[in-house]
Ligand binder design. Structure first.
Ligand code: ADP
Ligand code: MG
Length: 700
């Protein structure tokens, strides 16, 4: 089936990238645009017009008729408003046009996007502003092709209404502070320090026909009922196993779509759970990688449909089997390409690296709550702290050898640090970690992996902007404090060593290389005073703590008003999500499950009567009928209770409402699920009103 694929030819063919700009723009305009991209300097209106025109010509050649400002509202998804290039002339004809003004700024009627009260609906004005550092691309929707212009979205009064704006601000902040550090080490060349991320994306693939028979998957993205199949993931035979043909065809198609969009999809493999897979692209700057990840999720779903499949991005589509996350591989590099988190051959003598390490230790320890919040969404509550990777307590894995270096520094004998020139942290150890799902390293929520940190809490369906905004900001803050202190030092060498030792000592409690799943670790973490934030609702207040507001304001990343708005939006998002789940359960239990069980009891009762009439023992039928009836009673009671609690929660607002959904509604959902899953195991399979876990997980 495979004709030769000329990857270099298709790669990036849907992207208005550097090559297109160079070829299509006048030389001076190209140079000016590049300069604005690198320095952030405001774009000259003449250059904007030239760029818009070239971009439009290119897009029309690709078959596009419309363009859209593409942005990431606080819903965590992407939004777009399509305009056609058509501009009517007075003689009744039209020309196809895109002006610089339209490229740079859009004005969507934004009243229906969540703003957390920043923008009342009567003042619906919001602006989208072109992010010139993220390339425009063509989105191919089968019949229509649209030119998508990545934009930031803010209110008339300048507050961020999206996830990109704060991320861009945090990139400025980390660059500013890290450049100060570079200067202290005699580097006068570096103009910018760039934060990069490579997100590894986990997902499930199920058959579409089967999926369409599950209301819970359709409405909520996860199964709300379902007994465990006879086989789960215990054989560990799926991980890195041979990819089935249907899935491999899907992955191949997906790669091609992503490559066209210039997204360097690199590795694809099976994950631990049956039907679970992973896709990792090559890393990019944090804003571009965020845009790319939003597109990856979008294209994954779109391509799946073409193959009669559905891609599930929910963090926990199936109870009892592993959930999905994103591993957010984050690092800092100079504009000349030097990775500041690279320990080099002799980390014990690499003072710049040790200073960066001390900064990340300080940042993660001081702001663990914010990091936890940045990885929170309703689905992730099923993973974090729920006996699954990773735990809800944030700690940092450094590996044995780097930990030894840190210990020697803390003990004050850094002269005698054993040579670690053959250091094996990170990349070289990772294949081993991959094959052994029980490797202790996999349990760490924040691991140093060679020349980057891997934040593993991030939710699979979420936007990675939040996590990277927090990472950039907290690292910027630590570096800022270090720079303040060191810039005034008489003897830099002595001062920097003293600072590293002091900070590593102060924050050594964050380092933990052991198994994060155990109760012993939770007890130990509590002794160390590390926060254990169990749910999204408990994490939201981290945003509006005084320290958080001061931190974000200090670095110009969020204003207090924006943080309060984000907390509001988060409470609302949580409440809405659980409400939909509760209503879906009520629907399924009331309309499908209870009626099916009632039919079964009728069958059994008929059978009892018939068998007894025949004069033989009907005790098995009677026993079964009794068990089913007891469970049916429990189901009916639990359903009534859930309805009651849902109705009470639905009329509340804000934090109180989110708490009610978390504390009252959610537990009632679990209570309803238990007898239903039990019934599924003992009822006549042909009567059960929906496909089972076995059918969902093993039939692709
Ligand atoms: P793993 O064994 O966990 O798959 P990889 O080395 O393959 O580790 O990297 C996983 C992800 O990390 C990829 O997306 C990769 O591009 C990204 N990555 C590698 N180096 C860096 C870096 N310096 N900064 C950010 N991300 C990186
Ligand atoms: Mg990884």
């Amino acid at each position: 089936m495979s004709e030769t694929l000329h990857v270099p030819e298709i790669y990036g063919s849907y992207v208005f990238g550097d090559k297109e700009m160079r070829e299509r723009l006048p030389r001076a305009a190209y140079k000016s645009l590049r300069r604005s991209m690198v320095t952030g300097e405001e774009l000259d209106p003449v250059v904007a017009d030239a760029t818009a025109c070239a971009m439009k010509e290119w897009a029309i050649e690709q078959g596009a008729t419309h363009y859209t400002h593409w942005f990431q509202p606080l819903t965590g998804t992407t939004a777009e408003k399509h305009d056609s290039f058509i501009n009517p002339l007075s003689d009744g004809t039209v020309i196809m046009e895109l002006r610089g003004k339209e490229l740079i700024k859009g004005e969507p009627d934004a009243s229906s996007f969540p703003s957390g009260g920043i923008r009342a609906t009567f003042e619906a004005r919001g602006y989208t502003v072109w992010d010139i550092t993220s390339p425009a691309f063509i989105y191919d929707n089968g019949n229509t092709k649209t030119l998508c212009i990545p934009t930031a979205f803010c209110s008339y009064t300048g507050e961020a209404l999206d996830k990109k704006t704060p991320l861009l601000r945090s990139m400025e902040a980390i660059s500013k502070q890290a450049v100060r550090i570079c200067r202290l080490f005699g580097d006068n060349q570096t103009q910018r320090v760039i934060s990069s991320v490579g997100p590894e994306q986990e997902y499930f693939i199920v058959d579409r026909e089967t999926y369409l028979k599950r209301k819970d998957l359709i409405f909520t993205g996860r199964t709300l009922f379902g007994a465990m199949p006879p086989k789960g993931q215990e054989m560990e035979d799926h991980y890195f196993g041979a990819i089935k043909e249907r899935v491999s065809n899907y992955m191949k198609d997906l790669d091609v779509e992503l490559w066209k969009l210039g997204i360097p999809a690199k590795t694809e493999h099976n994950e631990v759970a049956p039907a679970q897979h992973e896709l990792a692209p090559i890393y990019n700057t944090t804003n571009v990688a965020t845009d790319e990840n939003m597109l990856v999720m979008n294209v994954m779903k779109k391509v799946a449909l073409r193959h009669g499949l559905v891609c599930l991005l929910h963090e926990k589509p199936f109870a009892g089997v592993n959930g999905s996350g994103k591993h957010n591989n984050w690092s800092l590099g100079t504009d000349a390409g030097r990775n500041l988190l690279d320990p080099g051959k002799e980390p014990q003598h690499n003072i710049l690296f040790l200073l960066m390490l001390a900064a990340v230790m300080k940042a993660v320890d001081e702001h663990a709550g914010l990091l936890r919040m940045s990885a929170s969404n309703p689905g992730n509550d099923h993973r974090l702290g729920a006996n699954e990777a990773p735990p809800a307590v944030i700690s940092m894995f450094l590996g044995e050898q780097l930990t030894t270096v840190v210990e020697h520094i803390i003990a004050g004998n850094d002269e005698s640090v054993p040579s670690v020139s053959n250091m094996k942290v990170g990349v070289s150890t990772l294949p081993a970690i991959h094959k052994d799902a029980t490797d202790r390293n996999r349990t760490s929520p924040f691991a140093f992996t060679g020349n980057k940190f891997e934040f593993r809490m991030v939710p699979s369906s979420g936007c990675i902007a939040d996590a990277n905004t927090v990472l950039n900001t907290i690292a910027a803050d630590a570096l800022c404090r270090f720079a303040d202190e060191l810039e005034g030092a008489q003897d830099f060498d002595t001062a920097v060593r003293a600072l590293i030792r002091r900070e590593m000592t102060a924050h050594q409690r964050i380092i933990f290389n052991g198994n994060g799943y155990t109760d012993e670790w939770l007890a130990e973490a509590a002794r160390r005073g590390l926060p254990n934030i169990k749910s999204m609702v408990d994490a939201i207040p981290e945003l509006t703590k005084r320290e958080s507001i001061e931190l974000f304001e200090r670095h110009g990343v969020y204003t207090a008003k924006e943080l309060i708005a984000r907390a509001d939006v988060s409470y609302e998002l949580y409440a809405k999500s659980i409400n939909i789940e509760a209503l879906t359960m009520i629907d399924m239990a009331g309309k499908d499950i209870i009626p099916a069980v009632v039919r079964y009891t009728t069958d059994l009762a008929t059978s009892v009567a018939a068998v007894e009439t025949a004069g033989v023992d009907a005790s098995v039928q009677k026993e079964l009928l009794t068990r089913v009836t007891v469970l049916l009673r429990q189901t009916s009671n639990a359903l009534a209770e859930l309805k009651l609690r849902q109705a009470k929660a639905a009329v509340l607002t804000g934090e109180a409402q989110a708490r009610a959904y978390h504390d009252d509604v959610f537990p009632a959902m679990e209570v309803l699920r238990a007898p239903v899953d039990h019934l599924e195991m003992i009822c006549d399979g042909t009567l059960w009103p929906m496909p089972t876990y076995g059918e969902l997980l093993f039939n692709v």
